[in-house]
Design a binder for this molecule. Structure first.
Ligand SMILES: [Zn+2]
Ligand SMILES: [Zn+2]
Length: 131
């Protein structure tokens, strides 16, 4: 997939739309307790350079400080989780589920997997450790 390809996503109600360049790294799954509480399960994210992300529908974006250094954003109309924003990181971590069925990416990395609850096994990685 060429770098110029764009991925387009939207929240459930469509008030917020996100456009990111296709990333070659793929999907990161975070299994930390914050993600479990905020998402109901682990959070699957697409890492994208902050400057490359285009967000439409700012008026519908609600932000929440989930820790001293992390901001989470969701749609205030429908509640869809939009992204995780870690202070100091050049990247935003966007909710993979916003981008539909055909992303061209694979699940590449687990983080905080030691914090996962006991009711699921970690999904298999595609080419683990390969950027
Ligand atoms: Zn929405
Ligand atoms: Zn997490």
């Amino acid at each position: 997939m060429p770098d110029t390809d764009l991925l387009q996503g939207r929240c459930h109600c469509g008030a917020v739309r996100l456009t990111v360049p296709a990333t070659r790294f793929g999907i990161v799954a975070c299994h930390c307790e914050d993600c479990q509480q905020l998402h109901g399960k682990f959070f699957a994210m697409i890492a994208a350079d902050r400057e490359a992300v285009r967000l439409e529908g700012e008026a519908s974006v609600q932000r929440h400080d989930s820790s001293a250094t992390v901001v989470r954003a969701f749609c205030r109309n429908c509640g869809s989780r939009l992204y995780k924003d870690a202070q100091g990181s050049p990247r935003l971590l966007l909710a993979a589920g916003l981008f539909g069925r055909h992303t061209g990416m694979r699940l590449r990395k687990h983080v905080w997997d030691a914090s996962k609850p006991d009711w699921y096994e970690l999904p298999a990685l595609d080419a683990p450790g390969t950027p």
